[in-house]
Structures are given as structure tokens and as C-alpha cells.
Ligand binder design. Structure first.
Ligand SMILES: [Zn+2]
Length: 371
């Protein structure tokens, strides 16, 4: 298979950047904006490799990686019916069944395959799941990893990162302080900053969730996709993935993306109401630790993903999250509190539904992580 050159550009200043970028942001020091594909990706179903398992069946639809990618078997997660309700079909895309128990494995697996230089240490800042994923893939290929994590992150997540042999850097002062610590360290030589927030490869890997959904539903997409949103890599990746199907005329209409946040910390809701000022939003603590992000750096791109899919921003209370988590266990799904957000949001989506609308809830992280 010939390797097609894949180009990126800065969202802010249009600076062209070759694939694979060795730093996650625009290389111009005065800019440091987010990178994105230079052109819209057009899905080509003839490039699917049916012999490969998981997300690598789409490897020729993604930017180039080595012929034998480092893998732990990520992707290829089941799409299961939750239960029929009010004429609507509700499905679960169960990303908890990835190797380290969260959707972040797709992004970490993809990034680990783009690093140039065997001696590079990999780092990320994370509320837990992205750190665990990167630690696992670093272990898989014998790289050192250093993960910056909020001091108050759940013990289960810290334990998981340590288990994979990564160095854990506990940072106080909230999620924004954790990101600043990682960013400062990333300027040292021989560091690959595998930022799940900034590196475009992370969100590009999330397209595979959209493509799997399309295949699993018999080459169609649901009317709605509901997901927890913190820093927005899943949200942006889903939009790119569905749009690539639309560009190829495989689908007429994009699914409406519903971004769910904890009411205690909902900067995207504020942004949607033109009531958000970058850097100064203060969220309260929430049990949904995976989305406890007060100032997501890519909030404008996140809001664009919701707006351009005619989607919704929904917030749910702590009580609603706890109740959703408990109710899901009665259907056999044990998810962490963050991953219960889509189910908790269902009553708020109900008034917007048309008869026979199909809904996919993305379960992002396993309940064992928060145990
Ligand atoms: Zn730039």
C-alpha cells in the first residue's frame, strides 16, 4: 500500500506541519495553536483491511504508521442495545472493553506509533485514563513514561499507571496546573509530549469509533451520539470521523453530537451561552473526575463540533450521575462515574427526539478504575 503524504495545519495561523508532528502544537513559538488535518478526510471503504482486528482495520484511512503497529488489541469494541424505550433505539458503544479499560487506548496506541527516536521518554498530563493508556503502551514498547496527574485523582487510576511502570508526578492546584507542569517538562530534549488534549493524532484515532459504529449499524449512523466531554478529543474525533463518511457520501446527515458535562463543572455549557472567558472559569469538584476540566484549551473547536452537528450541551447533577451509574449496573454495565454521564443525560435529550431515532451512548471508562 503506497503511503500517501498526510499534512496538518495550525488552526490559528495556518502553518503547514508534516505528519507525524514531534510536538503536539503549532511549532511557531508565538502561536502554539492546535493542529488539525489540512484537508477534510474522505472515507474510502475499499481501504478497510478486514484481516486486521480492532482499530487497525482502518489503518490506511489514518495518517501513516509503521507496517507492524505496536498494539494491545485496542478498538473493535461491541455495539450493544441498552433497551428499547419510547420508540427509540438506544445502543451502547462499550469502550470500557479496551485494553486499559477506556477509549483513551485508541489515541495512546496511535501516538506511540508516531514517535521518531528510540530514546524518547513519553509524557502526558491526565486526570487518569489517558495516563494509564500511555503508560501501558510505553511499557509495551519498552519506553520510559512520566505521567503528570492531579494529586486528588482516584487511587485506582494512580495504581494502574504505577503498575505499568510509569513515573507518576502528582501535581496540586487543579487540572490546569497539571497541564502547565507537563508543558514545562515537555520543553526538555528527548521528550515526546503525547498530549491527548493537543496532539491531533489523538483525536484522529477517535475517528475509528465513528467508523466502527457505521459498520456495526449496517453502514448507517445513529441520529444521536451521546458522550462525556472534558478536553474534547473524543468529541472532535467523532465529528471528523462522521464528516469523512459524509464527504464520501456514505451518509447524508451527521449524527447530532450531545456533549455531556457535570453541572458542577460545565465550561462548554457556558461557552454555548456566550458566558465563558478563557482561563477564568472555575468549576466545582465532581465525581465525574474524567471531565473535571475547567478551562479546556480547545473549547472553541469543541463548541464547533456540537454546533456544526446540530448537537446539544447537556449537564447533569452529581445525584443524577450516581443514580445513572447504579442503574447501569442493573443492566450489567459497570462504568466509572464519568462514563455514566451519557445515560444520565437521556431524560434531557428525550424532548428533542423524533420517532425511531437511534441513539448511541459511549461508555468511556470501566467501573473498576474508580473502585
Ligand atoms: Zn500556529
Amino acid at each position: 500500500m503506497p503511503v500517501k503524504p498526510f499534512k496538518l495545519r495550525c488552526r490559528f495561523c495556518n502553518q503547514p506541519v508534516d505528519w507525524p508532528p514531534q510536538q503536539p502544537r503549532c511549532p511557531r513559538p508565538v502561536c502554539r495553536g492546535p493542529l488539525q488535518p489540512k484537508r477534510n478526510i474522505v472515507f474510502d471503504a475499499t481501504l478497510i483491511e478486514p484481516a486486521l482486528t480492532g482499530m487497525w482495520r482502518y489503518r490506511h484511512l489514518l495518517p501513516p504508521v509503521p507496517d507492524t503497529p505496536i498494539s494491545l488489541g485496542e478498538g473493535g469494541t461491541p455495539l450493544l442495545p441498552l433497551h428499547p424505550r419510547d420508540n427509540c433505539l438506544i445502543y451502547v458503544k462499550d469502550e470500557t472493553l479496551n485494553p486499559t479499560g477506556s477509549f483513551k487506548d485508541r489515541g495512546a496506541a496511535f501516538l506511540i506509533n508516531t514517535i521518531q527516536g528510540d530514546d524518547k521518554i513519553v509524557i502526558d498530563d491526565s486526570s487518569g485514563n489517558a495516563g494509564a493508556a500511555l503508560a501501558a503502551y510505553a511499557a509495551r514498547c519498552g519506553r520510559a513514561a512520566r505521567i503528570f496527574i492531579p494529586a486528588e485523582a482516584p487511587e485506582g487510576k494512580k495504581r494502574q499507571i504505577r503498575r505499568f511502570g510509569a513515573e507518576l508526578m502528582l501535581v496540586t492546584g487543579g487540572r490546569d496546573a497539571v497541564a502547565r507542569a507537563a508543558d514545562a517538562f515537555s520543553r526538555q530534549p528527548n521528550v515526546f509530549y503525547a498530549s491527548h488534549v493537543w496532539h491531533p493524532g489523538y483525536a484522529l484515532a477517535m475517528q475509528t469509533i465513528a467508523w466502527e459504529m457505521w459498520e456495526q449499524l449496517g453502514r448507517r449512523v445513529p441520529e444521536w451520539v451521546v458522550l462525556p466531554v472534558g478536553n474534547g478529543s473524543l468529541l472532535r474525533g467523532l465529528r471528523w470521523g462522521f464528516r469523512s463518511l459524509q464527504k464520501a457520501r456514505h451518509i447524508q446527515q451527521l449524527p447530532r453530537l450531545v456533549a455531556v458535562q457535570a453541572a458542577a463543572c460545565a465550561p462548554l455549557l457556558a461557552r454555548s451561552q456566550n458566558d465563558y472567558h478563557a482561563g477564568s472559569f472555575t468549576g466545582a469538584p465532581t465525581i465525574a473526575d474524567g471531565v473535571a476540566i475547567s478551562n479546556p484549551p480547545l473549547i472553541d473547536a469543541m463548541w464547533a463540533a456540537v454546533r456544526k452537528t446540530n448537537g446539544l450541551v447537556v449537564t447533569v447533577s452529581e445525584q443524577e450521575i450516581e443514580r445513572a451509574q447504579t442503574e447501569l449496573t442493573r443492566s450489567g454495565f459497570w462504568v466509572e462515574p464519568t462514563a455514566a454521564l451519557p445515560y444520565a443525560a437521556l431524560p434531557y435529550i428525550q424532548p428533542h427526539l423524533s420517532p425511531n431515532d437511534a441513539i448511541v451512548l459511549i461508555f468511556t471508562g470501566h467501573g473498576l478504575k474508580a473502585a
